[in-house]
Ligand binder design. Structure first.
Ligand code: ATP
Ligand code: MG
Length: 70
């Protein structure tokens, strides 16, 4: 398991439901593809049969966990 935690603003609940959808981004027009997390999700779950989970504390940051089978 690989866990990455940041100390950003966290992810608002309304946004959290959509972060793994292709082309979903809250970045300004022209700055984000919205593909980072959807591609990561596909690679981890489909190519490696793993799990990609997010744990979130609004206002305090987010943790992403990549869980790979042995
Ligand atoms: N660590 C994080 N903290 C807060 N919000 C996040 C975090 N990671 C992702 N998000 C939210 O999820 C959205 C989708 O993320 P994703 O990586 O798929 O696309 P993006 O970062 O917007 O674009 P790109 O990957 O092309 O730079 C982001 O626009 C942002 O709203
Ligand atoms: Mg991204």
């Amino acid at each position: 398991m690989i866990s990455v935690t940041d100390n950003g603003n966290g992810i608002p609940q309304a946004v959290l439901d959509k972060i793994f959808q292709p082309f979903f981004t809250t970045k300004p027009s022209g700055q984000g593809t919205g593909l980072g997390l959807s591609m990561s999700y596909e690679i981890v779950t489909k190519a490696h049969n793993g799990e990609l989970k997010v744990e979130n504390t609004e206002g305090e940051g987010a943790t992403f966990k990549i869980i790979l089978p042995i």
